[in-house]
Design a protein around this ligand. Sequence first.
Ligand SMILES: *Cc1c(COP(=O)(O)O)cnc(C)c1O
Length: 724
Amino acid sequence: MPNRGVAYFSAEFGLDESLPIYSGGLGILAGDHIKAAADLNIPLTGVGIFYKRGYFQQHISESGWQQQLYPEVDLAASIYPVQLVKDTEERPIIIAVEIAGRQVYASAWRVELGSVTLYLLSTDVEANSDADRHLTDTLYPSNQDVRISQEMILGIGGVKLLAALGIQPDVWHMNEGHSAFLAFERIRMLSAEGVPFETALEAAKANAVFTTHTPVPAGHDVFSIEMIDRYIGHYYWQMGASRERVLSLGELEGAFNMTRLAVRTSSKVNGVSKLHGEVTRELFHRWMPHIPIQDIPVDSVTNGVHAGTWLAEGIKQLYDTHLASGWAVRTQETQVWDAVRDIPADELWEMHQRAKSEMVRALGLNLPSLGEAPLVIGFARRFATYKRALLIFSDLERLARILGDPQRPVCLVFAGKAHPADEPGKDMIRRIVELSREERFKGRVHIVENYTMNKAKKLVQGVDVWLNTPVKPMEASGTSGQKAAMNGVLNCSVLDGWWVEGYNRRNGWAIDGVTNGDPGCQAQQDSETLYRLLEEEIIPLYYQRDEREIPAEWVDMMKESICSLTPVYNTHRMVSDYWHQVYAPAAARGSRFAADNFEIASRVSAYKQFIRANWPSVQVRSVEILGEHSGRIGLNKSTFRAEIALGTIWHKDVHVEAVGSDGRLGIWKAKLEPVQQLAAGTYVYEGVMADVPIDIREANVNVRVTPISPDFANEFEMELAVWG
Ligand SMILES: *Cc1c(COP(=O)(O)O)cnc(C)c1O
């Protein structure tokens, strides 16, 4: 078990509005992660960057165009005290990172949250040149030179800072690939102690874990090889390796890919929802085409949100009254939430109405007053094109009819920032502003400026329906819908990300349906589904009131949503999952690899080098199917015999199996054992594959040889396989 703690590296942390060093979901997740770790008393140290100007403040001009303002972060206003990190003699701790041949210095700021300390690095120190002082001004700069510098500060500087503070984590968690250079510094430090490169790599890898968040290749950070040479070339010899060997850790399609680096330098990789795990396996399969998608070693830990942060005050009070005591730290217990079913409908409805009024007040929304508060649908997230903010506007006439019904009015509230370089994203904002001014949408379509954590809170607490219409499967998880759910707000979402797991047919609505993959066709179908859900299900249910003017069935659905979703999609469950599935095994692995002067790390590295050098002579010479017996109806049983040349590799160092696949869905495996040695290094292997559906013919079965070792983190650690 990790006892010296987890180092959690992330380029952004969304703790509170008053510390605006986050841009969106990734940062909020990181903030919620460390808050939950603090609640659960888990020893964890966060490492990030203190952006002097944070993420931009959004102003939307008269013409609907987004402007970006970059005021300096006001530390005095932060609700979390942020302190400069000093040594015992009260001198600020300054670390140095060599970037493109010059020394860049960084100070560190500390934020304390119980058992968790977050350190934030800043290059705004006197020793730096003017230009370098500005390196950590803003998040996700478009300039590649600034970006690689920030990533070096985060990854390399972060490791140096922890060393300077005497913190020796037993797990290193990379939240997204931005911090992957941390492996370089860890290896360099070991190399300076005389540990050879390959051993140091194994040791560093053993207790490093990586969470990927981006389902599309274009979303991954990539630098040209020339940039890597220029910025970080001085590390090659300091790591004790050749340029080619270091570059090979991140090389992909002629460039240097930070995700690839993170995968190659960690022993465990996970996606952020089950579906995202699958999508990531598919993506990585392109890098390792000889390993079937199902075998790509990527797991998933589905995201959650921090209840203490996202619940409305009134709803918290309601839970205090009706749920078991300590519910706030027992968020992952299903039974705790079952009590929500017994909350009187009028009380839950009343608290929701209060949150709704509070939202209207706080955001200054000018909703039509028609006696009854209108049904309010919220859509707030980054304006990235894949999130399709404009999907609901696909058919303007139909939408106008839906929103404009005087008996059953409906309002849409939008909010979100577009990345400053994302022109199509900014254009979506402009279009919504334009539509909100059309006569037919006046008072019905609203857009709220400058989406931040506080506005997010008001929205996820106060709207009636939380709408999410991404292009499937581009939403790796999504978390705003989880915030909405715990507040009794109902989700209406494309069946993507976490919603694939969360949706149970009774706790919200799903926009589902596959098309031929044509984006226009998909949008057409998804918008049609959305309109139909609004017209036939959502609006009628909302306006169907009982004698107390309460939409009883709607409230039942709110309860179902809270009970079924909250115990699962919260960060306490998520951090526990990380603890058991990721941190504990990595910590154990790390200490094993480091013990006795890196004995195991050294053995594994020697073994891998031997295997790599001799792998080219491994060959599946022939495959024979000995007998095919039809067993139970529809099932097959086949015996395989393969002749395999292993050269100088020992037969116990490989795993031989017959692998049958029906394409995407299923994969059948049978282990083959050596039964005969034909000549030195040439063996006959045999095995039986049972219970294979008849339609998986031998044409779909191949014999595969992979190198194995009890010290590997998974079967495909070397990414090697020979097929025949
Ligand atoms: C939760 C949150 C997000 C992430 O929302 P998604 O639904 O995951 O896109 C982005 N920005 C803010 C301010 C948030 O609070």
